[in-house]
Design a protein around this ligand. Structure first.
Ligand code: GLU
Length: 383
């Protein structure tokens, strides 16, 4: 981790596929959308796109703008009211980006996603192909969560994470999170004037999470912790994350020219193969398998197939093919994978040698409960 400037902290100008995420606090002013900010960013988007950068924008602000248009001064708590505000505000948001980009002769496209879209393999692949096509057509996709239809079960929940999922989807080189802070500090800069900006760190460094505080902004969903989780997620596709102030003049152009601005969280782990990345991005698990110390030991250096003999407990109701957590006796999640047997079958099989599966069940699906090809390690506790 480094807190002083260095060439290493710069962003290579050769990196060409970017996801830019802009948060609600930057997009809205007291009297609605911050049109001047949108104007400034759009000018930079156009310049980057014309310079060969393939750009995808993830923009928040629909609820904030909807509240403004509806003259609501307090954020509603009722889900249907939030959804209504999002529907109203999204109109203003895309209209602003569209007219700005049109002035530069560029087209924009609106894409509204939910987590459900990305966990369904078919829709995930569709979204991937559509985004790739739009990038080839030199169009700027403007993405937001489909707040009008999302409920807790199917939503990503915050746009930092949504942007990271999009970065995974298009294998972006960089995820740039523009926010109203200068980046990540080693302490809370509001409470402690000696706090130092972290210029560069490994995205998976567990110390980062302790340093970052939760959000206390009325409009924003995610604070710094959410941004760090997003960086961890982005790193799975080899994507570096930069957290920088969206108010910094020409921030995107300067990052493109290699200037170090804000905090850069680099992806140092090996990139996951496409199928495993999709697996790793599943946010909802339906149950868990507790494993014994022997199985745990085997997973120390990466995933390996989980046999029934290594399982000591089964929790939750899951069916064959669903995603389950694989946990140690202490309850720490070690890996996630698609299970070959239902919860009822797994309970009958726990502790049993694979050659006894037929005897216990009367049939055999596979000798292992979870095959290593359908499993991803959960490296740090934040993965
Ligand atoms: N989708 C929400 C909106 O547009 C924002 C969520 C977030 O900022 O994380 O208002």
């Amino acid at each position: 981790m480094q807190t002083t400037g260095s060439d290493d902290a710069g962003n290579s100008p050769t990196k060409k596929r970017w996801v830019v995420k802009i948060g609600s606090a930057l997009i809205t002013a007291d009297n609605g959308l911050h049109l001047d900010n949108i104007h400034q960013w759009s000018r930079q988007f156009a310049a980057l796109m014309n310079d060969g950068v393939e750009l995808v924008l993830v923009s928040s602000g629909s609820i904030a703008e909807g509240m403004h248009r509806l003259k609501w001064f307090e954020r509603p708590t009722a889900v249907h009211e939030l959804q209504a505000a999002a529907a109203v505000g999204q109109m203003g948001l895309v209209r602003a980006y569209e007219s700005e980009l049109q002035a530069h002769g560029l087209n924009t496209a609106q894409i509204l996603l939910t987590h459900d879209d990305l966990s369904n393999r078919q829709r995930y692949l569709n979204a991937k192909t559509t985004l790739a096509t739009l990038l080839k057509l030199h169009v700027l996709p403007v993405i937001n969560e489909n707040d009008t239809v999302t409920t807790d079960e199917i939503k990503v929940g915050d746009n930092d994470n949504l942007a990271a999922l999009v970065a995974n989807l298009i294998s972006a080189d960089q995820l740039i999170i523009l926010t109203d802070q200068n980046g990540l500090y080693d302490q809370d800069p509001v409470k402690n004037p000696t706090a130092t900006l972290i210029k560069q760190a490994d995205a998976g460094d567990p110390k980062l999470f302790e340093m970052a505080g939760p959000s206390n902004n009325r409009l924003a969903t995610g604070g710094m912790q959410t941004k760090i989780l997003a960086a961890v997620r982005a790193a799975r596709s080899g994507t570096d994350t930069v957290i920088a102030s969206g108010r910094e003049p020409d921030v995107l152009l300067r990052l493109h020219s290699g200037e170090a601005i804000g905090t850069k969280l680099t992806a140092t782990h090996k990139k996951l193969v496409a199928h495993k990345m999709w697996l790793a991005n599943q946010l909802k698990v339906t149950g868990s398998l507790q494993i014994d110390s022997g199985a745990l030991e085997k997973m120390r250096d990466g995933v390996c197939s989980l046999l029934p003999v290594g399982v000591t407990g089964v929790e939750g109701q899951f069916r064959r093919g669903e995603l389950v957590s694989i946990c140690s006796a202490e309850g720490d999640e070690i890996a996630r994978g698609l299970v070959n047997y239902s919860a009822t079958e797994a309970t009958l099989l726990a502790g049993c040698k694979s050659d006894k599966i037929l005897e216990r069940l009367g049939y055999v699906n596979e000798p292992e409960l979870v095959n290593r090809d359908n499993m991803v390690a959960v490296n740090a506790r934040h993965h």
